[in-house]
Design a protein around this ligand. Structure first.
Ligand SMILES: [Mn+2]
Length: 321
């Protein structure tokens, strides 16, 4: 059953002994929501603790300092930023059936909770947690503000993505007024890279292929390359590499070919606003958004490239028409 912020706040005030679940492969939004909500509930006199199937990325380890998990037998399960129970990862089997309240901002989702608060206009689920705290009349302290700001900065790419609204900025303004080290947070989230990640990016760039007068860039992540860096970098350092080719000036179509198995390759395509990435991927039974899409191709690397690249080059030459 769908509920609004007021109803969700009322539910949270009525029940107790909360277990808050984040999605697997956690990002700043799901973790920021969980820790902020945990603090808010504790301030409301409830018992609350957080759980995630996977390890917390090193860039976001500071979030764990903001909250104290309590020891108790939970009675009420809440999920945050989870669009589908499968995204709970290893926790799905144990808790997937028991989610009482889901708080989320994904437009396309599969219902799994008794009550769901969802607002696709919210740039981050943390915006909803902010509104819940406001409705519950729980004043935010700086630790809670750090968590919420981290979630909002993460999901808006530091207030750069088109999902950013004036409401997003308004909430950020309120959080900054509480007093948070936003410069430090943004440095950790957006500028800082591990040495291993830098080396990995360097090697990917060295091997990048260019077509159509450099308007198309193709990076290839073979299993050999991935395995070479596995010991050196964290798992999370393999995230976000699909954005690399398009960071290069003049590149309108960025293609990342990532080897999944001997003869299986996952393709990610990122494009400028003249070219439709989804249209290219649909030719190979994939899909996605106009600026970011993906598909999976089978065969040897050479075979995959021979099928994929002509379609990419054609799209780049015709402006995607
Ligand atoms: Mn989110």
């Amino acid at each position: 059953m769908l509920v609004n912020v007021e109803r969700a706040a009322r539910i949270l005030g009525e029940y107790d002994d909360y277990l808050i679940l984040s999605h697997a492969n956690p990002d700043g939004d799901t973790l920021g929501c969980a820790y902020a909500l945990c603090r808010i509930l504790q301030k409301a006199g409830k018992r609350a603790k957080c759980l995630c199937a996977d390890e917390i990325p090193y860039k976001m380890k500071f979030l764990t300092d903001q909250v104290q998990n309590q020891e108790f037998e939970h009675k009420t399960v809440v999920s945050v930023d989870v669009a589908d129970r499968k995204l709970l990862g290893g926790l799905n089997q144990v808790y997937g059936d028991d989610v009482f309240l889901a708080i989320d901002h994904h437009g396309s989702r599969t219902e799994f909770a008794e009550f769901t608060l969802v607002d696709p206009d919210a740039a981050a689920a943390c915006e909803l947690i902010y509104k819940i705290a406001e409705t519950m009349d729980i004043p935010l302290d700086s630790q809670t503000a750090v968590c919420l700001y981290t979630g909002i900065a993460t999901d808006t790419g530091c207030f750069r993505f088109s999902n950013t609204t004036s409401a997003t900025h308004y909430i950020a303004h309120k959080l900054i007024d509480i007093g948070i080290p936003f410069e430090k947070i943004n440095y950790r989230l957006f500028d800082m890279k591990s040495k291993g990640r830098m080396r990995l990016e360097h090697e990917i760039f060295e091997n990048m292929e260019f077509y159509c007068e450099d308007r198309v860039a193709v990076s290839i992540l073979t299993l050999a390359l991935i395995n070479k860096y596995k010991g050196e970098v964290d798992v999370e350092d393999f995230n976000g590499l699909a954005g690399m080719p398009r960071q290069i000036e003049g590149v309108e179509v960025g293609v990342t070919i990532k080897q999944k198995d001997d003869n299986v390759f996952k393709i990610s395509i990122r494009t400028s606003d003249e070219i439709d990435a989804a249209k290219i991927c649909e030719k190979f039974d994939g899909g996605g958004h106009a600026r970011a899409a993906g598909c999976t191709l089978e065969g040897t690397l050479e075979e995959v490239k021979a099928r994929l690249l002509p379609a990419v080059i054609e799209a780049a030459e015709n402006g995607g028409e």
